[in-house]
Design a protein around this ligand. Structure first.
Ligand code: UTP
Length: 302
């Protein structure tokens, strides 16, 4: 099947149950939790948009209303702000509606990230596409997605993003075996021989952990359709990628990893969420000057 090379579409899975964040996520997706004053998902949509991916498909679950509303127009609120002459806030709320062409598909049951991506099959069609996890933030000052898209266009197959993590953290991630290429100085793109989902420390093939950005070959859909439930009883994207890594290039196979060395914020669990909010707020021009001295003072009381 012929395949268009330019990547235009992004899929953002945001249908997980967010159990690590209960009870906050009982009636609200974790992707809507505010990171300073924007919901986490807005950072992710903005990142896709900045990379030129303006056809964005969101995979939503039970509580999708708040997400749809957030990216939709809000005529009454807009009129009120306009009447008050509050242009700053008006622009802030209109920003979210202008980030791209947003579409929504519902994942009826949270059967895993692999299943969530598979829900995008119809919308994506047969072309390479990006996947951005809705609870994983990449600092807007650092570059990742564009590098991954260029890598996929150059090498074909699928491209994932990895990051060096401490050894005792590997069992929280998917981990790759790069066949020793990661040990080469300045290795920015490495071949992926094997991917293991959440391995125990002693079985981890490296300390390169998979983070929430992917550029996938459309053959992944066929692979996901035959992927049985794996770790945690969920259909794992990692397992389908393992099969893609073993396939020949003419069948869309081959997986490479871009090694990311920039700033990433995980908003999916409580502790890393709090760290993300504090870090980003401390760096903001409007909040930082007051927050930073307070933080220093507070730290002394600990
Ligand atoms: P996570 O494993 O971090 O999400 O999935 P989760 O299952 O909601 O988290 P906990 O462990 O219960 O707290 C990574 C991403 O994949 C999405 C999530 O919304 C998140 O963006 N996801 C996960 C789905 O869209 N559907 C699923 O079935 C599972």
């Amino acid at each position: 099947m012929s395949i268009s090379k330019r990547i235009k579409k992004a899929v953002i899975p945001a249908a997980g149950l967010g159990t690590r964040f209960l009870p906050a996520t009982k009636a609200m997706p974790k992707e809507m939790l505010p990171v300073v004053d924007e919901p986490a998902i807005q950072y992710v949509v903005a990142e896709a948009s900045k990379a030129g991916l303006d056809d964005i498909l969101m995979i939503t679950g039970q509580n999708k209303r708040s997400m749809e509303d957030h990216f939709d127009r809000a005529p009454v609120l807009e009129a009120t702000l306009r009447d008050k002459g509050d242009t700053k806030k008006l622009e802030a709320i209109q920003y979210a509606t202008n980030l791209g062409d947003l579409h929504y598909v519902r994942q009826g049951q949270a059967l895993g990230l692999g299943h969530a991506v598979l829900c995008g099959k119809q919308h994506v069609g047969y072309e390479p596409f990006a996947v951005l996890l809705g609870d994983d933030l990449i600092d807007a000052r650092d570059e990742l997605l564009t590098t991954m898209m260029e890598t996929q266009e150059r090498l074909g197959g699928s491209v994932i993003a990895v990051m060096e993590v401490p050894e005792d953290a590997v069992s929280a991630y998917g981990v790759i075996d790069a066949g020793g290429h990661d040990k080469e100085p300045g290795a920015d793109v490495v071949p992926v021989h094997r991917l293991v989902e959440k391995p125990p420390v002693e079985e981890a093939p490296s300390t390169l952990a998979i983070i929430g950005r992917y550029v996938l070959h459309p053959e992944i859909f066929a692979e996901l359709e035959r992927t049985p439930p794996g770790k945690g009883g969920e259909i794992q994207l990692t397992d389908a990628l393992q099969a893609m890594a073993a396939k020949p290039p003419e069948e869309g196979g081959g997986v490479h990893a871009v090694v990311f060395r920039g700033r990433r914020y995980d908003t999916g669990d409580k502790l890393s969420y709090i760290k993300a909010v504090v870090t980003l707020a401390a760096e903001r021009e409007d909040l930082g000057p007051e927050l930073r001295p307070w933080l220093k003072e507070f730290a002394q009381t600990l």
